[in-house]
Design a protein around this ligand. Structure first.
Ligand code: AHR
Ligand code: AHR
Length: 503
């Protein structure tokens, strides 16, 4: 019998809703043919696919990152504004494609408004210049009688966009990145970009380009840019065709967060920096199938199974457990490209990974709690890892972090309304696990229970079978001191309801 126990007074911190952020890049069919499909029967007058927009709205993303990703390092934003027919069609070097420039800054802002998300723009520090980045901030946020602000007005947008979040380049450490550089070269340029962008609008919040959280690149960038930035970004993709590795490799993100938190704390202490610096985990996901060059060209149309949804739920639990330092997270990516929403011209379906994203964003509460969990242990040995040759597994090793609890749990509450939410991921591929759940000094219930599951961990959703992995909702009407619940094998269960102080 497993035990899950919480105490509403043992609070980890406030949950920043920006943890449920999303990311869209000019890559494959994410934008063109995904969220934007000019003239298509399912598109509205702006060219936005209405079915996709509805599904995306349910993910409740408060922040949307754009335009890349690797794409941004060759992107010149001025080519993507003004009359569409005059915008140049460009060779797109990051993903070996062609860019029509029909979706640009104005369309992005309009999409953010339609979605209810704040825009987060990453600037081009590859082939782009300081001037371009400066002009971009002025175009978006300028209020004066200046040419870039006036260009926005001429394009039909009188009010400033007030874009608050700006990223200083994408993955500038990587050989695959246009304009990749050493950390020292990067920080020299990033300081210049940061200064001129802040001079243009001092209210913007900058994000330094980190790596995985634990590397020398992260250390050098944090030390050099701490005074300039409000967030340090990390990216990580986990995943393996081996079930156990797929669901456990996610814990590498915890290592990245822990080390990154410490690097940030050290820089702030040594440099007497008083402003907070949060982690922006602005690309994260499970991605291991579509890694080959040919699949990259085909647009990374990863098809997700139930084990991936279990991994995604574990990812989200990790963010919630680290809510003091992780302030922003952007799921990469939102549509078609390693994505929860998958389209064809006349239809769409929700991939397995959509469901944990949706359930967590809907049900988790504003305060994260420290959960006590006692369950069977899940081992992963160094030998297991050595046998796994999937591309991510080569680098991300977590055998030294285990053994892991087979039940991975996050809990949140809202003391104002006595609402509690527990998300329990049973990562066992074959065993149901019975648990007692209790809240110190409180009764628990009534509760609504959302159970995500499918016939086996390798089941996928598809156009033909869109609900092979789906959510079943039930209601527990009782109010108990201790609740008994059996968490089915390979499931994600989100319980939400009331708790009351006992006499
Ligand atoms: O999300 C896919 C790609 O992964 C992004 O373009 C890049 O930033 C990362 O390497
Ligand atoms: O028990 C699940 C998680 O595994 C713990 O929270 C974490 O510390 C470990 O990596």
């Amino acid at each position: 019998m497993a035990i899950i126990r919480i105490d509403p007074d043992r609070q980890l911190g406030r949950v920043d809703r920006r943890l449920f952020g999303q990311f869209i890049e000019h890559l494959g069919r994410c934008i063109y043919g995904g969220i934007f499909d000019e003239g298509a029967p399912l598109a509205d007058q702006h060219g936005f696919r209405t079915d996709v927009l509805d599904a995306a709205r349910a993910l409740r993303a408060p922040i949307l990152r754009w335009p890349g990703g690797n794409f941004v390092s060759g992107y010149h934003w001025t080519e993507g504004v003004g009359p569409r027919e005059k915008r140049p069609r460009r060779l797109e070097l990051a993903w070996h494609a062609e860019e029509s420039n029909h979706f640009g800054t104005d369309e992005f802002i309009q999409y953010c408004r339609a979605l209810g998300a704040e825009p987060y723009i990453c600037v081009n520090m590859g082939s782009g210049t300081m001037d371009e980045a400066q002009a971009w901030v002025e175009y978006c946020n300028g209020t004066g009688d200046t040419s870039w602000a006036n260009l926005r007005r001429a394009n039909g947008h009188l009010e400033p966009y007030n874009v608050r979040y700006w990223g200083l380049g994408n993955e500038m450490y990587g050989a695959w990145q246009i304009g990749a550089s050493t950390a020292d070269q990067y920080v020299d340029r990033a300081r210049q970009f940061a200064s001129i962008m802040k001079m243009t609008d001092p209210t913007i919040e900058l994000v330094s380009c980190g790596q995985w959280g634990w590397t020398d690149w992260d250390r050098i960038v944090i030390d050099a840019l701490a005074a300039y930035v409000r967030y340090h970004s990390i990216h990580l993709y986990t995943g393996s065709s081996d079930y156990r590795r797929n669901v456990l490799m996610v814990h590498q993100a915890e290592r990245g967060i822990r080390i990154c938190e410490t690097l940030i704390e050290r820089a702030r202490y040594q440099q007497h920096i008083s402003h907070p610096i949060g982690i922006a985990f602005d690309e994260w996901n499970i991605w291991y199938r579509t890694r080959a060059d040919s699949e990259r060209r085909a647009g990374l149309e990863e098809q997700y199974d139930l084990s991936d949804a279990i991994g995604v739920a574990t990812w989200l639990n990790i963010f919630l457990r680290h809510c003091r330092s992780v302030e922003i997270a952007n799921y990469a990516q939102m549509v078609n490209v390693i994505a929860p929403i998958f389209t064809k011209p006349d239809a769409m379906f929700l991939q397995t990974v959509y469901h944990p994203l949706q359930l967590y964003a809907e049900h988790h509460q504003p305060i994260a709690l420290d959960v006590y969990v006692e369950s069977a242990r899940f081992e992963m040995t160094a030998e297991d890892e050595a046998r796994d040759v999937s591309p991510t597994a080569r680098d991300w090793k977590v055998s030294d972090l285990g053994p892991f609890q087979v039940l991975d749990v996050s809990a949140t509450c809202d003391p104002a309304s006595n609402t509690v939410c527990l998300a329990v991921v049973n990562r066992s591929p074959d065993e149901d696990i019975s648990a007692t759940i209790s809240i110190d000094r409180h009764t628990l219930g009534p509760l609504t229970v959302h159970e995500l599951n499918g016939a086996d961990p390798h089941v996928r959703n598809s156009f033909e079978e869109p609900d092979a992995v789906s959510v079943n909702t039930t209601y527990l009407s009782t109010e108990e001191r201790e609740l008994h619940y059996t968490f089915p094998a390979h499931s994600v269960v989100v319980l939400r309801g009331q708790y009351q102080l006992m006499d």
